[in-house]
Design a protein around this ligand. Structure first.
Ligand SMILES: [Zn+2]
Length: 275
């Protein structure tokens, strides 16, 4: 069994807001192993803990959302990547934080980022903000996957209007050749819209991170049939157990081919970084 985990958060513990620690990070068992006594992430241990669960490679997500989650800069992803080359850093941009989005994107790319993660509900902007369009243009042209946090959040200060699914639909329709991953598949109350997007648009995928495995077929009734469009992610470190979740999904689907796609092949092909 080989797993790719496309949804791994990084950052020193003290860089996260108190609310983020309370409602997310501390719901997992991993904190005592991955930070030192000064709450700094331990890059070697960070990756070791994830690999111990059968994970072969993954995507490391930094975040610039000072008012809700915190600022966990790109360098944190790089620190882990240096110890664990199979874990790949992705860029993160926030139009309310970065004065020159293209310059910042190019900097992160130059320093090893592959693809882009957008966290509009934490960053308090819309995914279809025209300021991001030149960046999307570049991603589309260069085949760089773009991950969107798609759904609600429990972090204080977040505003739900920034998770409006129709703003993602705008981007999908304006960049039909861009590879798009809807993280958490519309968590909260727009699973149905996310599933529709996956079924209707060839380049749209769902990452099932942060969702209770037992509910997945309720959220996405066509998940087994569209197993080529779903991707495993954990939302580490705020997850009860990576392997535990993976196995629960296996039990739910009862389909080894679907699990190979969801747990490994889809991410391997879509991101292509491990080839
Ligand atoms: Zn996440």
């Amino acid at each position: 069994m080989k797993i790719i985990d496309v949804h791994i958060h990084v950052g020193h513990r003290f860089e996260w807001t108190d609310r983020a620690k309370e409602v997310w990070m501390d719901t997992g068992p991993y904190v005592p192993e991955i930070f030192d006594k000064n709450e700094r992430q331990l890059p070697q241990e960070y990756g070791d803990v994830i690999k111990r669960e059968g994970v072969f490679g993954g995507i490391l997500i930094p975040e610039y959302s000072p008012l809700t989650a915190g600022v966990m800069p790109f360098e944190r992803a790089l620190e882990i990547h240096k110890c664990h080359p199979e874990f790949i850093p992705i860029a993160n941009l926030n139009p309310n934080y970065h004065a020159d989005l293209m310059l910042e994107f190019e900097n992160q790319l130059k320093n090893g980022a592959k693809g882009l993660k957008i966290h509009s509900i934490h960053g308090l902007f819309y995914a279809n903000d025209r300021k991001l369009y030149p960046v999307y243009e570049k991603c589309q042209k260069e085949g760089l996957p773009v991950m969107f946090h798609a759904g609600t959040t429990l972090f204080k200060g977040a505003k739900m209007r920034y998770a409006d699914p129709y703003t993602f639909d705008d981007v999908i329709s304006d960049f039909p050749d861009m590879k798009i991953i809807l993280c958490h598949g519309g968590r909260g109350f727009w699973y149905q819209i996310a599933e529709f997007m996956v079924k209707s648009y060839k380049n749209v995928y769902i990452d099932i991170s942060g969702l209770p495995p037992k509910n997945l077929l309720g959220y996405f009734p066509s998940m087994r049939r569209f197993s080529h469009k779903y991707i495993f992610g954990s939302d580490f470190p705020g997850v009860p157990g990576i392997l535990k979740n993976y196995e629960a999904i296996g039990k739910l689907l009862q389909d080894n081919d679907a699990m190979d796609l969801i747990g490994f092949k889809n991410a391997y092909e879509l991101f292509g970084f491990w080839k």
